[in-house]
Design a protein around this ligand. Structure first.
Ligand code: HEC
Ligand code: HEC
Ligand code: HEC
Length: 469
């Protein structure tokens, strides 16, 4: 009998942990019932939360992905979901968050929306996967959730259902997410520090919450949760490496608050080059929000990096090709190792010839950034622990952004073989970085090639699609 009682207790406790009630459906509220100022504010917050990056299919998404996502003729629509978000456990598709009453969140009350943001629970009570970064959104204030809700409920409703997730057992069992939350979801407000400036505190609220910078920049554990003891120590987004935003930063020139404020708003900075891959989307979004909020994010992020020590500063100045003001002996040594004429074994190999023929024209030109290539001594990608981002940039190039003057670099996927790319990377590392040579270049190049092929599969057969992105 006691065994039966014990089992019952466990079952009841388990059910209490997992079960969440449905929140009653409402009649879709009329868009004019929302205050236009609130809607405008919500639009900025949605940009800061990158909602469209995950909930709107990119206009250049491969046709196969668009087909699977059920994109309507005329192209995918803003916030209609169906975007495949890759995780180590399989693919989760984002849902439709337009106000369509049947397939979107048209019948959600503000309370239901706030519960999704704060607790990761859908209106009908099912647990949502933390691919939707509610471990960060849980910190968003009631007032900001209200503005986000007003913004989403006034978008154009789109009828669209996402494809079924592709997760293997046991990850396809949603109730298990309740256990994950017990361990990793901490729904309390971000701590305000009286000793810090108002900008730092505002930045902490945004970076830890809505802007979810740690979702990419913090490494994750085996259960896919961020490791708090390694916060901002460098993580991953797809195949891209999201560099450390701490003293471990591989950036040749140390980041300053001013440089960060400029980079986050403009997507490039003279000492650091352009933001690429997923970070390009983040900076494109931040270009549209309140300047004061970006400045606050920069203030908080600069504190994460900390003030660089004199040696680090001197090495940065050397990389920039500037005079070093009274360097210490150690700094002079670092500067000497970083200097332009560095003897290296890879220097005369096939990589050097490829660089001279295909790259030097742009990367050693006198044209100003961002239209010319950055002095590669300043490239974080070339001094990073792994060659991922450098390999992806060379294979995929940098496409011009629609409607603006922006940096352009051709894609070399079609012109460089894997062996040539590996030789080129080896050369670039030995010539432009003081760090030790990369290992397993063949394996790294093969992975970058696979990620590139996947991204561009059937691109050529898909006509350009207009969206309201
Ligand atoms: C990193 C990708 C990502 C970002 C960024 C993101 N979402 Fe999502 N979101 C998802 C995924 C994936 C799901 C589906 C989760 C599931 O089915 O368990 C989802 C689900 C949701 C849901 C639940 C919808 C339902 O039908 O249950 C809401 C509401 C939502 N997101 C709103 C937002 C808002 C608002 C933002 C911006 C502040 C945002 N999301 C940003 C990936 C993302
Ligand atoms: C969707 C994933 C993602 C999110 C969210 C994200 N980042 Fe990044 N970030 C990256 C990637 C990937 C890179 C590397 C980009 C590159 O190689 O140019 C990067 C690069 C950076 C860099 C340049 C580092 C260097 O040394 O070159 C800074 C600074 C940065 N991110 C800050 C932030 C801040 C602050 C936020 C939050 C407002 C943020 N990131 C949010 C993925 C992300
Ligand atoms: C048509 C001009 C052009 C050519 C040719 C070109 N690049 Fe670039 N490259 C750019 C521009 C513009 C950028 C973006 C600004 C920046 O960050 O340097 C860039 C960025 C890069 C970066 C990223 C730097 C960073 O911020 O970390 C790397 C690495 C790079 N290029 C390597 C190469 C290599 C290797 C080749 C030859 C195979 C090459 N480029 C050819 C124009 C060019």
């Amino acid at each position: 009998l006691s065994i039966i009682v014990a089992l019952l207790v466990v079952a009841v406790a388990g059910a209490a942990l997992v079960w969440r009630p449905a929140i009653a459906a409402i009649d879709p509220p009329a868009p004019p019932s929302f205050d236009p100022a609130l809607v405008r504010r919500g639009g900025q917050l949605a940009a800061m939360g990158n909602c469209a990056s995950c909930h709107t299919l990119a206009p250049d998404a491969p046709q196969a992905v668009a087909d699977r996502a059920g994109a309507a003729p005329g192209g995918p629509k803003a916030f209609a979901g169906g975007v495949p978000v890759p995780t180590p456990f399989g693919t989760v598709y984002s849902t439709n968050i337009t106000p369509d009453p049947d397939t979107g969140i048209g019948r959600w009350s503000e309370q239901a929306f706030r519960r999704a943001m704060r607790d990761g629970v859908s209106r009908d009570g099912h647990h949502l996967y933390p691919t939707f970064p509610y471990d960060h959104f849980t910190h968003v204030s009631d007032a900001d959730d209200r503005a986000l809700y007003a913004y989403l409920m006034t978008r154009a409703p789109v009828r669209a259902e996402p494809p079924a997730n592709r997760l293997s057992f046991p990850y396809d069992q949603r109730p298990l997410v309740a256990g994950w939350k017990l361990l990793f979801l901490h729904p309390r407000a971000v701590q305000q520090e009286a000793a810090q400036t108002a900008a730092w505190n505002r930045g902490a609220y945004l970076v830890e919450g809505l802007a979810h910078c740690g979702a990419c920049h913090t490494p994750r554990n085996a259960l896919g949760a961020e490791r708090p003891q390694a916060a901002f120590a460098g993580g991953q987004s797809g195949h891209w490496q999201a560099y450390a935003l701490t003293a471990q930063s591989p950036a040749p020139v140390p980041w300053t608050q001013e440089a960060l404020a400029f980079y986050l708003r403009h997507g490039w900075q003279a000492d650091h080059g352009v933001a690429r891959g997923p970070m390009a989307e983040v900076t494109a979004n931040l270009a549209t929000v309140d300047e004061a909020d970006v400045a606050a994010i920069a203030a908080y992020t600069a504190a994460l990096f900390g003030a660089p020590d004199p040696d680090r500063r001197a090495a940065g100045a050397a990389a920039r090709g500037q005079a070093v003001p009274a360097p210490s002996a150690a700094a002079a040594q670092t500067a000497a190792t970083l200097s332009l004429v560095k003897p290296a074994s890879a220097k005369d190999g096939p990589g050097a010839a490829i660089y001279q023929a295909a790259c030097a024209n742009c990367h050693e030109s006198a044209r100003p950034l961002p239209y010319a290539g950055v002095n590669l001594h300043l490239s974080t990608g070339l001094s990073a622990p792994e060659p991922r981002n450098a390999a992806l940039t060379i294979l995929q190039g940098l496409a011009p952004r629609e409607g603006e003057r922006s940096p352009i670099m051709p894609a070399f996927a079609a012109t460089l073989s894997d062996a040539q790319l590996a030789a080129l990377l080896d050369y670039l590392r030995s010539r432009f970085s003081a760090r030790p040579p990369w290992t397993d270049l063949a394996g790294q190049v093969a992975q970058a090639r696979a990620a590139t092929v996947q991204r561009t599969a059937s691109d050529s057969s898909s006509p350009p699609k207009a969206t309201a992105r």
